[in-house]
Design a protein around this ligand. Sequence first.
Ligand code: FES
Length: 581
Amino acid sequence: MTRKTSDQLRSARWFAPDDFRSFGHRSRAMQMGYDHADWQGRPVIAIVNTWSDIGNCHSHFRQRAEEVKRGVLQAGGFPIELPALSLAESFVKPTTMLYRNLLAIETEELLRSHPVDGAVLMGGCDKTTPGLLMGALSMGLPCIYLPAGPMLRGNWKGTTLGSGSDAFKYWDERRAGHISQAQWMEIEGGIARSAGTCMVMGTAATMMGITEALGLTLPGASSIPAVDANHQRMATACGRRIVDMVWEDLTPAGLLTRRSFENAITVAMAEGCSTNAIIHLVAMSRRAGAQCAVSLDDFDAFSRKVPVIANIRPSGDRYLMEDFYYAGGMRALMKRLAEGGLLHLDAMTVTGATLGANLEGAEVHDEDVIRPLSNPIYREGALAVLRGNLAPDGCVIKPSACSPHLLTHTGPALVFDDYPSLKKAIDDPDLDVTKDHVLVLRNAGPQGGPGMPEWGMVPIPTKLVKQGVRDMVRISDARMSGTSYGACVLHVAPEAYVGGNLALVKTGDPITVDVPSRRIHLHVGDEELARRRAAWTPPPRRFERGYGWMFSRHIRQADTGCDFDYLETGFGAPTGEPAIY
Ligand code: FES
């Protein structure tokens, strides 16, 4: 392997020349107390940190950044911490998805504009993983991902609580009158007990696992609980490793291929992944280049051949990410998939070794948490992609998390034009609804939401909850949280707001959802749909200024990953390095 020499470092363009501008760079670095010995012959490593005072899942990142720095210094690098958008899922309104691409832009431009040779990307909460990686892939410097890791199990009087899933469950029980205000408050204090991401197989755990499958984390990193001392050591190891990656010039382009993305889809399916994985992985693969791009059809094809073997909620019925770690974690899960011939073991990883080499010695310690391929929790169906006149460009359902009797269903639509009208109607005791209705929420997509909020797990009407109904078919152009569950058809493309057929549905129209045949159909004739379309008027634009103005003009639909049209591979010329004067 040829190694870079110090004069080939990108950062040397800032620090090495004997000219006036470099004098400025050096003297201003010295202003901060650094010396020539800090940068001379050393790779500069950006630690892109999504910590903030309101970043609940990343509250350990201040300390972790110091641990990364220790590793960078041990290996002879020069660490600089660069803060980036924290995108705390629990607090950012209307939705963090509105800002995922902004984090991607920020990451790319932070790395491009600074004297940086390589990067440690610190994220984990839902949109931070794809945002950081999309930006870093576009920039193309050597990078390694440091996943925040899951929080500890929730606890309420000895009962284990899972993020999101149990909040939804006990909220329904409270609406049904089975949970008191005092009990609800106890749950509030017990469901999130430590730093770290949601600890079910939600979007965060899914995306961290996918990133390990892509080869962009150290082996086993994605499942270590956030507050475990192993997580601290992993952070320091990231710091050490990135320095060597710079010398080895191991860039994303040098290790990612389409086979890496196929591994990521395989792992997503075996995890029982969040539906959001589709949008993010499609977007990430397109950033990695046309040769890597995966599509909705790839997800559907893999979902038919890869069983769900991680028995983690919400697809599983019992275990959480902490249990997954003790059972062997992501390496053990991938080892099992490898034994079934389901992974490309020659895919390269940030260790400089292949995925296959990284999996040597991995073992499953609990056969109920990480099931054998012969005894999965679902033979197929982590995700399914449906098409039909209601979603010509596709939509998504998570069969493993919905009631089996609803996988094939025909019922009359009950249409809500937007989230406020849904919220207003859902508690109405006189709402004209039965368990056989199909609840339709529209204008909640990439442009309509805006930003495609996680409204797709439309609440069951309270009057039906009181009758014991816990699942119904729901259809929307929104997303849903990876912690959600139910017969929710999501990501309908094109969305209603841009004139997709979802905009033309009327209450009472029969709709069929047929997951086994991957079909979704609105039983309204083409002529009638054409009449309705002629009478449909496009809604006014939501934004007149700022980021939203730009977002609404450039955001693409869910089936292509909701990236901005001008950031995808193939749009215009690649951005060059900044000129240095
Ligand atoms: Fe951060 Fe769920 S709120 S991962």
